[in-house]
Design a protein around this ligand. Structure first.
Ligand SMILES: *Cc1c(COP(=O)(O)O)cnc(C)c1O
Length: 432
């Protein structure tokens, strides 16, 4: 598989080059040169296969030039070491993607990308890279955990002081080794603009190989398609006949785009619903046909506070840039914070299920869709464990949320962070 830059300059790259570069040199997003097609015999066999067997078959064409089958198997085995259960919530299903090491669905993509980059950097002349990320809370933990101990790679995470939850902060600041947390006296947008500035600072980039770890990177984006295949497998094993409808809480649109990629490869899916909070750039596009990026608005589902979702161009590409074609498979809806809180209460009171704000936004979209399409196998993606957004969940539901066993140990570890107030601080840290 080769990857092409979506700016259509004809620039192509191997998987390895695309992973190392992140963005193409012409600033376009990399996109697979062709969409592999599954044999119907594979789709029919999905219910009987293990997750690892499914993952190998699905991922193989995307990496075939740079990883052999046993390397890929080893890598996938490492990152798929937990469950992806479907919980029945009334007439809906919650696809719980928070059973990974940092309780976020980003664990699979971040882990896969970390392993690939670690492997590929060994072949480079200067076998070193620095991964630089800004986080509003969720991405940072998954990236830190994925890259922990990966040789040749240093990770520098910027997070807004006092604006991430206690677990999130522990996940960012207690790992040590090759992970450094810079605690920024400012907002997430300040963190983000410092990172952006670093990537275009020639003095810096001539001395340090900087890489980003967001869903622009193909190694983070593509493996997310596996969730949809695993959910399909579980539904078939529950003897559910209808093709699933997936409702996905969306920010940068990487996750849902990966699901749509699986669908284009042959996964039977009836419909995709992208659910936004008030950051509704894509909802507006679907109404007007005009794509107009917006300033980011802060919400309680802050991992989706994105005003200019980078992966939307990949979605358009999957549908030949035809809005009409896209509409057939895809609906975008947005919900306010107060609607989200009411949904969390409803899910708790009616079904005794605790949803985090992101899952609750997805639930709302699914509910609206199923009101019109009742005979649907409706699945909403629950992308984070409620304890990661503990303040909102506890105050909205008036309950106490406990922290799962597998991260409990973190809470006793000591926080280590470097206070950072401006770009010069970041730059001198990276140059030292
Ligand atoms: C990142 C994130 C999302 C949004 O995923 P995208 O791929 O950016 O659309 C949703 N929920 C949670 C909890 C996240 O961390």
């Amino acid at each position: 598989m080769k990857y092409v830059s979506l700016t259509n300059n004809g620039q192509t790259a191997s998987f390895k080059q695309a992973v190392i570069q992140g963005l193409a040199p012409d600033k376009g997003l990399y996109y697979p040169a062709y969409i592999p097609q599954w044999k119907s015999s594979f789709v029919e066999k999905i219910p009987e296969l293990s997750n690892l067997e499914i993952a190998l078959e699905a991922m193989r064409p995307f990496v075939d030039e740079d990883l052999n089958l046993s390397e890929l198997e080893q890598l996938l085995d490492d990152v798929l070491s937990f469950e992806f259960p479907l919980q029945q919530v009334g007439k809906y299903y919650s696809l719980e993607l928070f059973h990974g090491p940092t309780l976020a669905f980003k664990d699979v993509g971040a882990g896969f990308m970390a392993k690939c980059l670690g492997r590929f950097i060994q072949d480079e002349q200067n076998q070193k890279a620095t991964v630089l990320v800004a986080t509003s809370g969720d991405t940072g933990g998954a990236v830190a955990n994925g890259f922990l101990g990966v040789e040749g790679i240093d990770v520098v995470i910027l997070y807004p002081s006092g604006k991430v939850s206690p677990i999130q902060e522990k996940q960012l600041t207690t790992l040590g080794q090759n992970i450094t947390a810079l605690e920024v006296q400012g907002t997430f947008d300040d963190c983000q603009s410092m990172v952006k500035r670093a990537f275009v600072d020639p003095e810096l980039t001539s001395k340090v190989r900087l890489t980003s770890a967001n869903s622009i990177n193909v190694a983070r984006w593509i493996p997310q398609m596996l969730y949809y295949i695993f959910a399909y497998k579980t539904l078939k094993n529950m003897r559910i006949q209808e093709h699933p409808v997936f409702s996905v809480p969306s920010g940068n649109f990487g996750n849902i785009c990966a699901g749509m990629l699986a669908h284009k490869m042959g996964l039977p899916v009836a419909h995709f619903i992208a659910c936004n909070n008030t950051n509704d750039t894509v909802v507006d596009f679907m109404k007007t046909g005009v794509y107009r990026p917006k300033d980011t608005v802060a919400t309680i589902s802050n991992a989706m506070d994105v005003g200019n979702p980078s992966n939307f161009v990949r979605i358009l590409e999957l549908f030949n840039k035809q809005k009409k074609e896209l509409e057939f498979d895809f609906t975008a809806l947005s919900y306010s914070d107060s609607e989200t809180k009411v949904a969390m209460q409803e899910i708790y009171n009616q079904f005794n299920y605790v949803a985090d704000p992101h899952g609750a936004v997805a639930y709302l979209g699914l509910q609206a869709y199923m009101a019109k399409n009742p005979t649907t196998a409706g699945v909403f993606l629950e992308t984070a464990h409620p304890s990661k957004f503990i303040d909102v969940v506890e105050s909205t539901l008036d309950i106490e949320v406990s922290i799962p066993e597998n991260v409990h140990f973190l809470m006793n570890r000591e926080k280590q962070s470097i206070l950072t107030s401006n770009y010069e601080d970041l730059k001198s840290f990276l140059l030292q």
